[in-house]
Design a protein around this ligand. Structure first.
Ligand SMILES: NC(=O)C1=CN([C@@H]2O[C@H](COP(=O)(O)OP(=O)(O)OC[C@H]3O[C@@H](n4cnc5c(N)ncnc54)[C@H](O)[C@@H]3O)[C@@H](O)[C@H]2O)C=CC1
Ligand SMILES: CC(=O)C(=O)O
Ligand SMILES: [Mg+2]
Length: 590
């Protein structure tokens, strides 16, 4: 599935582009790293300075240039330009400075880049499917995939981007960012992925009134027209790329789960906000209950913000209680209290709002004395509090203290992105809970000091779907699976939880909610560090592929050892193969 991989540095690649056309193609350009022999063969001698650089030298130069940009958004723009020039250098730089640069190319900085998309716009990237051009969608689609082997399509209609709402055509930025992460930590060849913007208009008044807006300046389509447009696109994917993975990102709450339900049995379709977030949060919770020595089904869970992510998380954890703890689905559903902006999701609220997806979690109106977050925590005696509301600061001191009253170790996950929208700052929750809260956040935060003096710290786990979705995608692709099943998601989750430092450090200890700290007094994080994301996602991928094979959803059949070997070979790594000129070559590897 790859044209370039780690052990292919000595391989030869036949390339048919020459001169400036070669330098202008980011997939094939090596810039100053073209060696003498290649410069002569490809007509590059007069259009490159004399010195030949190694990839290492190029990385260091690019890093120095990056550091001259004084804000995160300027660094993001610099990296966008680099990606448009040279993929190998771009990914090699990101790989070397992974932890430092992830927040620049992904959350939180990418949200800012998307919000300013039309003003920062310099060149296009990916496939723009615009509603006014719906009549020529098939030709447009075929033009873009012609001669390419696409395994992965990441698409967004941009109604609910990264916590900042409707961003219209700027949503191409989330499709490209998610595709970048697939390559960076999932090892998926960037030439084999296609980011797509489904431009169905926008309800964002600022964009509708902005003369520089580059998308379709029209109210967002709804209903039949919207459904037909999306369906035309999905049917093209099914017809022309039947073995691909179709990743949906940042759709609005009225469409996310609905579209997933329509297509998930017909094609390998994956909704990251629903399933990826559900899976990573379940893994984080498994890690937390592992160290408190309790069971998933012992928990009473309040989900604050019952949109795509909140509902996806609730369903994923509920289904895991059924599968792993073997309790009845209705019983498991009763462990959840969902709260949205009008308060607790009750029968009365559901009747009023007609919100698809809420009914299964509705509570009796009389169950809590009040419907505010504090009321619900107090009356339900919640053990777990999850935030997916974009309501910054919603988890107040009173709320955290109420959670701490009921639990030796309250589990508190403020998952809203970007950083400024987190429901609570981890350092505050740690202080208010006197160092007892077990925490994870959606965007990266610095480690917190633990109360009680000394140097003990808590490295807050980043519970972001990027720690799992590239692995789910890679596993689905390695297995060439026909669908992404619930079993595959649970397999991914279990593997991620097994890799949690917190669980590892508590293995074999006997029960109780006693001391959860390690011998240095630190609280181990609930998830592996993002710096380990490539290894973690690789392990997740193997678990997913193995499950697909066991469930007979795969179109390959390998033992685990063979699977590991194939996956390692298939992993794309940023390195330069040697080029040979071939006028008839298709620029492919042999
Ligand atoms: N950590 C992660 O991996 C992920 C984090 N997220 C974050 O979760 C948040 C929500 O994302 P989506 O579910 O996709 O958006 P969404 O728009 O589907 O859901 C947000 C929900 O929160 C509700 N809400 C808004 N204000 C509220 C308030 N004051 N109190 C209670 N509820 C309120 C909304 O009515 C809506 O139902 C975003 O910040 C997003 O970035 C989403 C996906 C993954
Ligand atoms: C992380 C992600 O998918 C989101 O915030 O929407
Ligand atoms: Mg998302």
């Amino acid at each position: 599935m790859s044209t370039q991989s780690s052990n292919q540095a000595q391989h030869i690649c036949k390339v048919s582009l020459k001169g400036r056309a070669l330098l202008n193609d980011p997939q094939w350009n090596k810039g100053s790293a073209f060696i003498e022999e290649e410069r002569k063969a490809f007509g590059l001698v007069g259009i490159l300075p004399y010195k030949v650089n190694t990839l290492d030298e190029q990385i260091e130069r690019a890093y120095q240039q990056l550091k001259q940009r004084d804000t995160a958004i300027r660094q993001n723009s610099f990296l966008e330009s680099l990606k448009a020039q040279n993929w190998v250098l771009y990914y090699a730089l990101l790989q070397r400075y992974l932890k430092e640069l992830m927040p620049i190319v992904y959350t939180p900085t990418e949200a800012e880049a998307i919000a300013n998309y039309s003003h920062l716009f310099r060149r296009s990237e990916g496939l723009y499917l615009n509603y006014p051009h719906a009549d020529i969608m098939e030709e447009t689609f075929l033009d873009q995939i012609k001669g390419r082997n696409i395994d992965l399509i990441v698409c967004s209609d941009a109604e609910a981007i990264l916590g900042i709402g409707d961003q219209g055509v700027g949503g191409i930025g989330i499709s490209t960012a998610k595709a970048v992460i697939y390559t960076l930590v999932g090892g998926i060849d960037p030439a084999r992925s296609l980011p797509v913007s489904l431009d169905v208009g926008t309800d964002n008044e600022n964009l509708l009134n902005d003369p520089l807006y580059v998308g379709w300046q029209h109210k967002r389509l709804r209903g039949k027209e919207y459904d037909e447009f999306v369906d035309t696109f999905v049917q093209l994917v099914r017809k022309y790329l039947p073995h691909s993975l179709l990743h949906f990102e940042d759709f609005g709450v009225t469409n996310a789960q609905r579209l997933l339900d329509i297509y998930r049995d017909k094609h390998a379709v994956f909704n990251d906000d629903v399933q990826g977030t559900g899976a990573v949060t379940l893994a984080t919770l498994m890690s937390a209950v592992g160290i408190t020595k309790s069971k998933l089904s012992d928990q009473t869970i309040v989900v604050y913000g019952a949109g795509s992510a909140g509902l996806g998380i609730a369903r994923q954890i509920r289904d895991a209680m059924v599968i792993l703890d073997k309790i009845d689905k209705a019983e498991a559903t009763k462990r959840f209290y969902l709260i949205d902006k009008d308060g607790l999701v009750t029968k009365g609220l559901v009747a009023k709002c007609e919100h698809a997806g809420w009914a299964e979690f509705e509570r009796d109106d009389s169950e809590c004395r009040g419907t505010s977050l504090l009321d619900v925590i107090r009356d339900s005696k919640a053990t777990v509090l999850i935030g997916t509301s974009t309501h910054a600061g919603a988890f107040t001191e009173e709320v955290v203290k109420e959670m701490t009253k009921n639990n030796a170790h309250p589990i508190i996950f403020p998952l809203s992105n970007p950083t400024r929208l987190a429901e609570v700052q981890p350092k505050d929750a740690i202080k208010w809970s006197e160092g007892k809260a077990l925490m994870a956040t959606g965007s990266p935060f610095d480690p917190c000091d633990l109360p009680g003096g000394g140097k003990a710290i808590y490295s807050i786990a980043e519970c972001n779907n990027a720690l799992i979705y590239p692995g789910i995608g890679l596993g689905t692709m390695i297995a060439k699976a026909k669908k992404v099943s619930d079993g595959m998601l649970i397999a991914a989750t279990r593997r991620l939880a097994e890799l949690s430092p917190a669980l590892k450090s508590h293995q074999g200890e006997s029960g109780g909610q006693g001391d959860v700290r390690d011998s240095d007094g630190n609280l181990p994080p609930l998830l592996p560090d993002f710096g380990e994301a490539p290894h973690v996602n690789f392990e997740v991928a193997l678990a997913v592929a193995q499950c697909a094979i066991e469930e007979q959803l795969a179109t390959v059949d390998f033992e685990l050892d063979e699977l590991r070997q194939k996956a390692e070979i298939a992993r794309w790594m940023p390195s330069y193969p040697k080029y040979e000129y071939d006028p008839k070559g298709n620029s492919g590897m042999f």
